[in-house]
Ligand binder design. Structure first.
Ligand SMILES: C[S@@+](CC[C@H](N)C(=O)[O-])C[C@H]1O[C@@H](n2cnc3c(N)ncnc32)[C@H](O)[C@@H]1O
Length: 234
């Protein structure tokens, strides 16, 4: 118990402030490039690893729910903003045959996908989702991306995705949050270390968002998915 508490204290007082100093001086693109280069999210043997969240039971539950959503709503095309290592996207394409565009800010990762994924239904585009024009699609997926951005950057993403009919945003949030949307600089860490998470339905974002799914990640955290876009108001 004491050991756990000391570890937590070290994380809060030493490791996280140091991490924030390192990454806040980098641009968003440089930040995620460095995260992949230094394997900050682990190493599954592939050239790019987006972290443990891309695989495992919760990832499977998420994919099954998205596949059902795609079928129920006759979705023909999907854009996956912050597609990362494409482990999750690949499962969705294989289960549905949907047209899929993966978007990410890291040029090397996008080049890697372009040279290794040979599927006529699948394409990739390098873009910063806080500011660049985005490809059109019926459904926009954003999964475990906003949790790595600052509140200002999240607001910019929200302003940039207004045209999609359906938007599913999935973020890790604490089971018993101590706060909502605690701000942090962009980087590999998440608000969960502070007992907080991204809640688009709460200030400062206050978007009409309908909670669709919540899958238990650990005792203290869930992967929460909300529906935004025109359909969320219905
Ligand atoms: C934790 S990974 C999640 C990957 C994938 N969505 C998944 O669920 O497995 C976050 C991804 O978002 C990308 N990303 C973060 N900020 C971005 C931005 N502003 N524009 C585009 N991609 C971004 C990162 O490069 C990274 O690949």
């Amino acid at each position: 118990m004491l050991r756990k508490w000391l570890r937590h204290l070290r994380l809060r007082l030493w490791i996280l402030p140091q991490l924030h100093r390192t990454y806040s001086s980098l641009s968003v693109a440089e930040t995620f490039k460095k995260i992949y280069r230094t394997r900050a999210w682990g190493n599954n043997g592939a050239p790019f690893t987006s972290g443990g969240g891309s695989s495992g039971p919760v990832s499977e539950q998420y994919c099954a729910a998205v596949v059902e959503f795609i079928r129920d709503h006759q979705v023909q095309s999907v854009v996956d903003l912050g597609c990362g290592d494409f482990v999750v996207g690949r499962q969705i394409v294989e289960a549905t045959g949907v047209r899929y565009t993966g978007v990410d800010v890291v040029p090397e990762l996008i080049e890697h996908h372009k040279s290794t994924v040979h599927d006529p239904r699948v394409s990739f585009q390098c873009a910063d989702i806080t500011s660049d024009p985005l490809p059109a699609a019926d459904l926009c997926l954003i999964r475990q991306v906003l949790q790595h951005l600052s509140n200002d950057e999240i607001a910019k993403v929200l302003a940039n995705i207004g045209t999609f009919r359906w938007i599913l945003v999935s973020e890790d949030v604490p089971t018993n949050p101590r706060s909502f949307n605690r701000d942090k600089p962009h980087g590999p860490d998440v608000r969960g270390y502070y007992g907080s998470g991204v809640y688009l339905d709460r200030p400062p974002f206050s978007r009409p968002a309908k909670e669709l799914w919540s899958f238990g990640l650990r005792e203290e955290a869930v992967l929460r998915t909300v529906l935004l876009g025109q359909a969320s108001a219905k």
